[in-house]
Design a protein around this ligand. Structure first.
Ligand SMILES: [Zn+2]
Ligand SMILES: [Zn+2]
Length: 340
């Protein structure tokens, strides 16, 4: 089968590799849609740890081709499915306590095991989720990110009647915005760098948007909300955004950080811990939130399709990554499509 792989940092090659061999607990899935995520870009360039060579990708939808043994997990061959981007060993102390994301033996697609930018991917049956019959493969490809924003949002006690600022109108930030409005947020602000994405944010319910290329987000947000906002979601993955998140936060407000940060914060001043009494949540992956994410997808609560801007066949994976990395103005969710 063909796979988009990284042999050495910075370079994607399309290679012919064997179809994965299944163990008893594995499921072989034909990949239809694979989304490019910032984490994949980090793996490609070596600033997110990975075991090379590796097939890229961890967010996808597809159809089951083969089960490791008949009836495995109640799954059926031919079913349309999506899956989590990784899984814990299931037996260590952390996994036993439901802390799978922190399992020391965690398997992560596209990082320490071959990912989904290939014709087929092998996944543990425990993290394979059949899609509701009314959910398409185009919608299902975003299940991982939906679960991530649900997990992140669940850390905040309530959005009801609250003001929310979201930094980063990428795939994750725009899903978070939709979820915040759904959960009863009174007002929402989106902070970003591309007008195309900020326009989408308005469509998804943002009351205000700030383009940081033209305006200072802290100044603007504090003009609209002089006391600060109740909740900030950080979805840029850029470390220098965090001080701004704190700056616009109301006393006793909450920050939830959704991505993996790249870079460091210079002149970090922790005195805000005293002055603002903030609650700061990290949120790693979508563990425990897949059930609700599937229900929300089935209820058609999210606008997923308008976020898909580019599609590339597997052979053009490198072109897809370039479109992502070049920050092309109208690019948002970029899909690799091993099956057209
Ligand atoms: Zn991802
Ligand atoms: Zn474990």
């Amino acid at each position: 089968m063909k796979a988009a792989r990284v042999q050495e940092s910075g370079k994607i090659v399309i290679e012919e590799v064997p179809v994965p061999v299944l163990g008893e607990t594995d499921v072989l899935i034909r990949v239809h849609r694979a989304g490019i995520c910032g984490t994949d870009v980090g793996v490609l360039h070596g600033y997110i740890p990975a075991k090379l060579p590796v097939t890229l990708g961890h967010e996808f939808s597809g159809t089951i081709v083969k089960l490791g043994k008949p009836g495995l997990g109640g799954l059926r061959e031919g079913s349309a499915v999506a899956a989590s981007g990784g899984w814990g060993c299931g037996v260590c102390e952390l996994c036993q306590k439901g802390l799978d994301p922190f399992c020391k033996k965690r398997v992560s697609l596209g990082r320490n095991t071959d990912g989904c930018m290939a014709e087929f991917v092998k996944v543990d049956y425990r993290v394979v989720y059949p899609l509701p019959s009314n959910v398409s493969l185009d919608e299902g490809q975003n299940l991982v990110n939906l679960a991530c924003v649900v997990r992140g949002a669940q850390k905040i006690s309530s959005f009801l009647g609250k003001t929310v600022a979201i930094f980063g109108p990428g795939n994750m930030g725009l899903l978070m915005l939709q979820l915040a409005r759904m959960a009863g947020a009174l007002q929402a602000v989106m902070v970003g760098t591309r007008d195309f994405r900020l326009e989408l944010a308005k469509r998804f319910g943002a009351n205000h948007v700030v383009n940081v290329r033209r305006e200072n987000p802290v100044q603007r947000i504090l003009e609209w909300y002089p006391g600060g906002v109740d909740i900030v979601a950080e979805a840029t993955g850029i470390a220098s955004s965090l001080p701004d998140c704190i700056e616009v936060l109301k006393g006793q407000g909450a920050v939830v950080s959704l991505g993996i940060f790249s870079g460091k914060i210079k002149d970090f001043d922790p005195s805000f811990l005293y002055y603002k009494e903030p609650t700061i949540y990290g949120s790693k992956g979508g563990h425990g939130a897949y059930g609700m994410a599937l229900e929300l997808l089935g209820e058609k609560k999210f606008e997923i399709l308008p976020m898909i801007t580019h599609r590339f066949p597997l052979e053009e994976t490198a072109k897809g990554f370039k479109t992502f990395e070049d920050k092309v103005e109208n690019a948002l969710r970029i899909l690799i499509q091993p099956v057209p």
